[in-house]
Design a protein. Structure first.
Length: 229
């Protein structure tokens, strides 16, 4: 391979990356006014399910921000990202604490990701932990924080995250676990749903797990101090 051919290949590769970033950015701009119908994470899960059952479908129903209980919004922020309203996409203190905790345990037990980072991953990326994915997650997080308001970020997040086997978004989760709409959730129900997020499929099958009950109590005790967008 000649030097000229190599440079030409690198230029095309750089152009493809730029086009991909532009494609993502235009999607985010579109979502200022229009709701995403699904996410990369949903598509991946559905593809896996349909390999076993071609008729499998996702349980998902969009619900507007105003029709989501304030209890749930407080619970989610208390659980996932207490500095959500203050940071610009990254909680550096939280990331440092997670790093130190993982270093002590010699394995990944804490993430430190903000709601914006989690949304970036859910909307566009795979669940694999690779340097490329983390770099792309950072870029997308910056785009989300630049283009969307905190309220819009939280609204989309609540509508796309996984809450159990084939259950996505807060409306589907509310109906699945409590036979109630998202706007009807009380404090306890909200705390329990928020506590399920780190491992939703496990907690779906183990609703009385001691870890779930303990985490729910901690979230419940923090909710009154949380501000929401």
């Amino acid at each position: 391979m000649t030097k000229k051919t190599l440079w030409r290949g690198l230029k095309w590769f750089a152009l493809l990356i730029l086009v991909y970033q532009l494609w993502i950015f235009l999607h985010i701009c579109w979502w200022v006014y229009f709701n995403p119908s699904n996410s990369a994470f949903m598509e991946d899960r559905l593809e896996i399910m349909q390999e076993k059952n071609p008729d499998a479908v996702i349980r998902h129903q969009w619900v507007d921000y105003k029709n989501i209980s304030p209890n749930l919004k407080r619970a989610l922020i208390a659980s996932e990202d207490s500095k959500f309203l203050d940071h610009e996409g990254f909680d550096w203190e939280g990331i440092e604490k997670a790093y130190e905790k993982n270093k002590r345990r010699k394995k990944i037990v804490a993430g430190g990701s903000t709601i914006s980072q989690q949304l970036a991953k859910n909307l566009f990326l795979s669940n694999q932990r690779t340097p490329w994915r983390k770099a792309e997650e950072t870029i997308i997080t910056l785009m989300l924080e630049t283009v969307l308001s905190k309220q819009r970020i939280l609204e989309i997040y609540l509508n796309v995250i996984e809450w159990g086997n084939n259950v996505y978004g807060i409306e589907a989760a509310s109906l699945h676990y409590f036979s109630a709409h998202a706007k009807e959730l009380n404090s306890f129900q909200s705390a329990k749903l928020a506590s399920m997020i780190p491992n939703p499929k496990y907690y779906e099958r183990h609703q009385d797990a001691s870890g779930l009950i303990e985490r729910s109590g901690i979230i419940l005790s923090r909710m009154n101090a949380v501000q929401i967008p």
